[in-house]
Design a protein around this ligand. Structure first.
Ligand code: NDP
Length: 499
């Protein structure tokens, strides 16, 4: 059984390399048992002013460190994370609820990101290109933007922070991080790891507090040049509007309404496995969770029957017990939202064929558990097929052919992830072309991103940026074009072209 230290139970902000006490604290609960887990600072805006001042000074120094040396630090961070993987995973499960196997996977994602982004320290490629003039050299290079603010959600409390902070740091920026109020422990751990690895003070700082106060203060602070946000569509819209007022660069990764398409020629057992993993993993609280299954009419009945059979085997309970496959929902508000959608679905005419209710676990009566749920007879326009429920709830939508399946997938306001199960190579290529999401899987569920590929979505899911992959660097760098004229005379572009 994992125990917390006093320091972990009473968290402090991490500003300018020091742990700073804040008197006003909020309680954070363990979703598995509803007990208080830690006390976290409910900071006011002065913390952001202090952090921004330190970051501003620290960034100038940090940017002057050669990128391969900055990368060395990420290798150290990755190695420390590797040594601590098991404890980090258990802490993650304690504060977030996801089952331990998935927590380990999430920590591994952070480790992978450290090594991948460390590699970027020896790349960070720009371009050279011929000049239109003689004896002139032209190139472009990436430059750090300066101080960046990152705002993260609770559902991937360490992975998403690494997707953002590691590229920012290797590119020479200073980072101020506001983690979700629900999951501060992972932020504390990552700050400790950076300190141990020897990151200069002020290059990464953590300020806890509400989004409305601390998130807004980050947006308002003129020294913070970029906001990289992951969270709900509703909050992302507000963040974008506030950043827009100040012409501040903003990267948004938001919700999803992801679908698995099962065609008539699909390997049904494989499809069932894929749906189970992507719909009920993390209790359906992944941005890439499968919440719609679009199934060809010829295999609809068999798919429903097989799904119902395997859903019965999903053991629900405390994520620290490795026999459990479905952990708790994050909190009461999350549970209430899912319950509300049960009523919406039934009132819309969908048929509730499994789950649909809160679950009480012996000795964990105050935990927030919800049964894996399946609605059938769902039509594409129903709210349960359109809105992000963020729980272990799947809607089965029947279609007559491939074209209708693609259209059904695309007819939502989100565009994060989609998947198709089929054996037909022509359909595979048509689907990957026509599915309008940022991520497409073939013969796999809607989850399973790898950190060296771009992660993000189209339409209501994002605003064109990507986390992870080399594309993550675009958020945290500016392009500079440099012209070096070695002709010894003034050459005028577009005028002296035949000189
Ligand atoms: P929220 O939008 O509620 O919160 C996200 C973050 O924004 C939190 O740190 C929150 O702080 C902060 N915040 C809240 N209000 C403001 C504000 N006015 N200004 C600035 N920051 C603010 O999302 P959740 O934490 O509930 O996360 C779940 C959501 O995230 C889902 O919609 C999910 O799909 C999405 N998500 C998207 C991913 C993607 O890559 N596309 C990946 C993972 C999740 P606090 O809560 O502490 O007040």
């Amino acid at each position: 059984m994992i125990t917390l230290t006093n320091e972990e139970e009473n968290l402090k902000n991490f500003i300018n390399g020091e742990w700073i006490e804040v008197t006003n604290k909020e309680k954070v609960y363990n979703p598995a048992n509803g007990e208080v887990l830690v006390n976290v600072p409910n900071s006011d805006t002065t913390a952001i002013h202090q952090a921004a001042e330190s970051a501003f000074l620290a960034q100038k120094e940090w940017a002057s460190v050669p990128a391969p040396q900055r990368a060395e630090l990420l290798y150290k961070v990755g190695n420390i994370m590797k040594e601590r993987k098991e404890r980090l995973s258990q802490l993650l499960t304690l504060e977030n609820g996801k089952v331990i196997e998935e927590a380990r996977g999430e920590v591994q994602e952070g480790i992978d990101m450290a090594f991948y982004m460390a590699g970027e320290g020896r790349r960070l490629f720009g371009q050279t290109t011929p000049s239109e003039l003689k004896d002139k050299f032209a190139m472009s290079q990436r430059c750090p933007v300066g101080v960046v603010g990152i705002i993260t959600p609770w559902n991937f409390p360490i992975a998403i922070a690494t997707w953002k902070s590691f590229p920012a740091i290797v590119a020479g920026n200073a980072v101020i991080w506001k983690p979700s109020s629900e999951t501060p422990l992972m932020a504390n751990e990552l700050a400790k790891i950076f300190k141990e690895a020897g990151l200069p003070k002020g290059v990464l700082q953590v300020v806890y507090g509400s989004g409305a106060t601390i998130g807004q203060a980050m947006i308002d602070h003129e020294a913070i040049r970029v906001i990289s946000f992951t969270g709900s569509n509703e909050t992302g819209r507000k963040v974008a509007m506030e950043c827009g007022k100040q012409l501040k660069k903003v990267s948004l990764e938001m919700g999803g309404k992801n679908a698995v398409i099962v065609m008539e020629d699909a390997d049904i057992d494989l499809a069932v496995e894929g749906i189970l993993w992507s719909a009920f993993g993390t209790s359906g609280q992944r941005c890439t969770a499968c919440s719609r299954v679009i199934v060809h009419k010829d295999v609809r009945d068999v798919l429903e029957q097989r799904l119902l059979e395997v859903m019965k085997d999903l053991t629900i309970g405390d994520g620290l017990d490795s026999k459990n496959k479905v952990g708790p929902i994050i909190n009461q508000a999350g549970l209430d939202k899912i319950l509300k959608y049960m009523e919406i679905g039934k009132n819309e005419g969908a048929k509730l064929v499994a789950g649909g209710k809160q679950v009480t676990i012996d000795n964990y009566e105050k935990g927030f558990y919800f049964a894996p749920t399946l609605f059938t007879d769902v039509t594409i326009d129903m709210r349960i097929a359109q809105e992000e429920i963020f729980g272990p709830v799947v809607s089965l939508i029947e279609v007559k052919d491939f074209e209708e399946a693609i259209a059904a997938n695309n007819k939502v306001k989100y565009g994060l992830s989609s998947s198709i199960f089929t054996q037909d190579v022509n359909r595979v290529f048509q689907a990957q072309r026509d599915l309008d999401t940022g991520i497409v899987y073939v013969n796999a569920g809607t989850t399973g991103a790898e950190i060296h590929l771009p992660f993000g979505g189209t339409k209501g899911t994002g605003n064109g940026h990507r986390d992870s992959g080399v594309q993550a660097l675009d958020v945290f760098t500016e392009w500079k074009a440099v012209y070096v004229d070695y002709s010894g005379r003034l050459q005028r572009a577009q005028i002296d072209t035949d000189a």
